[in-house]
Design a protein around this ligand. Structure first.
Ligand SMILES: *Cc1c(COP(=O)(O)O)cnc(C)c1O
Length: 233
């Protein structure tokens, strides 16, 4: 049996410790913990929520919509996985924050879908900093162009950046990437954007969230450390 309660205590304690080791000074020391519930059922989700989790992350639209209709709890929904344009309408209905905007085409599709339901959709831009071929996310060279496009979209609100670090065997190898992302995030915060409200830097998962926090992440997406290994069919 997975002991979600003690796992959560451990993760929260690790977050607090990582914050103490942070090398950078921040305006605030808040870290948002997103419990990643993909491949876990609604029963486990309820258990985590009843233990105080109020933000959950899902990466597939189909799975999320089934849970969305079943879960009788009020939480903040995060889309952390890649979003296909044909799934945008459902995504906009469910998710409070979409972390995975990574192209102009996707941004305008989400903007149009949000307009149809009179919503201003909060989004993050996902950056593929390590230029991994298998990974989604926009290349850093194209980030500015995408930001400008998002600024023009009436029904999108840019709230920050997201990154998935490569799965290095030695997790310390992620550190320079997290550091670089934090610098890009700070630059973005300093820019004079009209609509954007840059506040979230979403990076860090089970194997690397401590390092991510040390380097400036203020949103972490943790699944395995809370719910145990996922069973994939
Ligand atoms: C699955 C997933 C996570 C959580 O991964 P764990 O290693 O289980 O913590 C975080 N971010 C994204 C984008 C994911 O797809």
């Amino acid at each position: 049996m997975i002991d979600i309660k003690s796992n959560l205590q451990i993760v929260k304690e690790e977050i607090a410790q990582a914050l103490k080791r942070r090398r950078t000074q921040f305006d605030s020391d808040d870290v948002t913990l997103i419990a990643v519930t993909k491949n876990h059922d609604v029963t486990m989700m309820r258990e985590a929520i009843d233990l105080g989790i109020d933000e959950i992350g899902e990466n597939r639209i189909q799975e999320a919509s089934e849970k969305f209709t079943t879960l009788d709890r009020k939480v903040k929904w995060h889309l952390i996985g890649h979003l296909q344009t044909n799934k945008v309408k459902s995504a906009v209905k469910m998710f409070d924050l979409i972390h995975s905007i990574d192209s102009i085409h996707l941004a305008s599709t989400v903007d149009r879908a949000a307009k149809l339901i009179n919503k201003v959709q909060d989004i993050l831009i996902q950056v593929n900093l390590a230029k991994e071929e298998s990974k989604t996310g926009i290349e850093i060279e194209k980030l500015d162009e995408l930001i400008e496009k998002v600024e023009e979209c009436e029904n999108l609100k840019l709230c920050g950046l997201m990154m998935i670090a490569p799965n290095y065997e030695n997790v310390e190898q992620c550190r320079p990437l997290f550091r670089q992302m934090y610098e890009i995030f700070q630059q973005l915060k300093g820019r004079n954007l009209n609509k954007a409200e840059i506040k979230y830097l979403s990076m860090g998962m089970t194997h690397d969230y401590k390092i991510a926090i040390e380097e400036g992440a203020n949103v972490v997406r943790v699944g395995t450390a809370i719910f145990g290994q996922r069973n994939y069919d």
